[in-house]
Design a protein around this ligand. Structure first.
Ligand code: PLP
Length: 405
C-alpha cells in the first residue's frame, strides 16, 4: 500500500515538475514548489465518515499530507481549533454571522504550529538535522518547539524589536535565537547565506514546500467544521501568505475529490497600512508586490515587506472575488479592545486586524450583512504587550467603596 499520495512537486510559477522523495527548496525559477497528489487514489482511501471518527488535530488529515511514516508525524498535542461566534458584536454592528477561528489554541500559541509541524516532519523524513529560519516571532517559536520535539537543531534570526516573549520562548524551547538590526527579509538573507557556509536547511516561509501543506489544514478544517459548505468570506492577516495560499489549495483539492462544490469563499488579504505590499499591488492590478520600504506596524506577524508567494496570494484573492485591504494600527488597537470587552476574546493584533478590516468592509459595502464571515485569530493575544493598568488598593487605608459603584 502507498504511504502517501504524492505524485510530484510543481513550480508554482512555471509548472515545471520536480521529483518527490528528495530535499527541495525553491524551484529553479526561484518560486515556491507545490505538492501535487494523486487525488483519485486519495479519494478512494478516505471518506468524510471515516474522517469524522478521528480526533487528533490536523494530523487527522494525513491522507492530504506529505508525511509517509507515522513515526515522523511530530506532535505536541494539536487540536481542531474552535470557531467562536460573536453575538454581541453582530448585534452592535447589525452584521451577518461572524466566526472567529481561534488558532491561538494550537501548540506554541499560533497557527505557525501547523506549517512548522509539517516542515519538521518532512525534514525528519529526509534525515535533516539542522534547520534555520528568519522569524517575526511565532514561526520561530513553532520551529524551535517542533525541532526540539523531533531531536533537531534550530537556528533562528528575528528583528531586534520582536516581542520579547517570542525571543524568550524560542530560546527556552531549544532554539538558538539571534536578534538582528533589520527586518525579516534582512534575517532571511543571513539564513540564505548560511546554507552554504553552515549547511543548515532553510525553512523560511514558502522556501520549502511543506509549510504550506500544514497551513492547508486550515482550509480542510474549516470545510469540515461547516459540514463541507464553505463560509462566504475569509479575512486572513497576510504576511508571507502561506495560510491564504494553503487554504486556496485545500479548497481546490476538496473540489477535485468531490467533497465540496465549486462555490468558494471570497478571500480577503488583510495587511497594516504601515506594511501593505500586497494591498498596493492588488490595487494597481499587479501580480508581483515589490519591497515595502520602512515597514512599520505593531502587528509584528504581518510586518513582511516582501513575499516570494506574492503572485499566489494575489491570484487567490482575485479568483475568489475577494480583495486586499489595509488597516491602521490605531484601528487594530481599537478592534482588539472591542472584541476583548464585548466578547471576552483576547485576539492578537494580527487577528484584531481582521476584525478591523471586517468593520471597515461592512461599512463601505464590500461585504454584506448576509455574508457569513471567518476572522482568523492567528495567535493568542497573551504573547503581546498589553496596555498597562494602574489601579491599586492600599490595604492599610480605608477602602473607597465609591470607586466600585
Ligand atoms: C505568521 C503570522 C501571520 C501571517 O501569516 P502568513 O500565512 O505567513 O501570511 C499573521 N499573524 C501572525 C500572528 C503570524 O504569526
Amino acid at each position: 500500500m502507498k504511504k502517501t499520495f504524492i505524485l510530484h512537486l510543481e513550480c508554482s510559477l512555471t509548472g515545471k515538475r520536480y521529483e518527490a522523495g528528495c530535499v527541495h527548496g525553491l524551484s529553479e525559477a526561484g518560486r515556491p514548489l507545490l505538492v501535487r497528489y494523486d487525488l483519485d487514489a486519495l479519494a478512494a482511501a478516505i471518506s468524510k465518515e471515516e474522517l469524522a471518527q478521528r480526533t487528533e488535530g490536523f494530523w487527522r488529515y494525513r491522507e492530504f499530507l506529505p508525511v509517509a511514516r507515522a513515526k515522523d508525524r511530530v506532535s505536541l498535542g494539536e487540536v481542531v481549533t474552535p470557531l467562536i461566534r460573536t453575538p454581541r458584536i453582530e448585534q452592535r454592528l447589525d452584521s451577518g454571522e461572524i466566526f472567529v477561528k481561534d488558532e491561538g489554541r494550537l501548540p506554541t500559541g499560533s497557527f505557525k504550529a501547523r506549517g512548522l509541524a509539517l516542515a519538521v516532519a518532512m525534514a525528519k523524513e529526509f534525515g535533516l538535522t539542522h534547520l534555520a529560519m528568519p522569524t517575526n516571532g511565532n514561526s520561530g517559536a513553532a520551529l524551535a518547539a517542533y525541532a526540539s520535539r523531533a531531536g533537531m537543531r534550530s537556528t533562528i534570526f528575528c528583528p531586534d524589536d520582536t516581542p520579547p516573549v517570542n525571543v524568550e520562548e524560542i530560546a527556552l524551547q531549544g532554539g538558538d535565537i539571534y536578534r538582528v538590526n533589520g527586518l525579516i527579509n534582512d534575517c532571511g538573507k543571513i539564513v540564505g547565506e548560511g546554507k552554504e557556509k553552515v549547511g543548515w536547511f532553510d525553512v523560511s516561509t514558502l522556501k520549502e514546500p511543506y509549510r504550506i501543506e500544514g497551513k492547508k489544514t486550515m482550509g480542510l478544517e474549516l470545510a469540515e467544521q461547516f459540514g463541507w459548505e464553505l463560509p462566504d468570506v475569509i479575512f486572513y492577516p497576510t504576511g508571507g501568505g502561506t495560510g491564504l495560499i494553503g487554504m486556496w489549495k485545500a479548497f481546490d483539492e476538496l473540489q477535485k475529490i468531490g467533497w465540496i462544490g465549486s462555490r468558494r469563499p471570497r478571500m480577503v488579504a488583510v495587511q497594516a497600512t504601515g506594511c501593505a505590499p500586497i494591498v498596493r499591488a492588488w490595487e494597481k492590478g499587479e501580480e508581483h508586490a515589490p519591497l515595502w520600504e520602512n515597514a512599520a506596524t505593531l502587528a509584528a506577524g504581518i510586518r513582511v515587506p516582501i513575499a516570494v508567494g506574492d503572485f499566489l496570494i494575489i491570484r487567490a484573492v482575485r479568483e475568489s472575488g475577494g480583495f486586499a485591504i489595509a488597516v491602521d494600527d490605531d484601528d487594530i488597537i481599537d478592534a482588539q479592545a472591542e472584541m476583548a470587552r464585548e466578547e471576552g476574546l483576547l485576539l492578537c493584533p494580527e487577528g484584531a486586524a481582521t476584525y478591523a478590516a471586517y468593520r471597515q468592509s461592512l461599512a463601505d459595502g464590500r461585504v454584506s450583512r448576509k455574508d457569513r464571515v471567518i476572522l482568523f485569530n492567528c495567535a493568542t493575544g497573551l504573547k503581546y504587550p498589553m496596555p498597562k493598568t494602574e489601579k491599586f488598593i492600599d490595604r492599610t487605608k480605608p477602602v473607597d467603596w465609591e470607586q466600585f459603584a
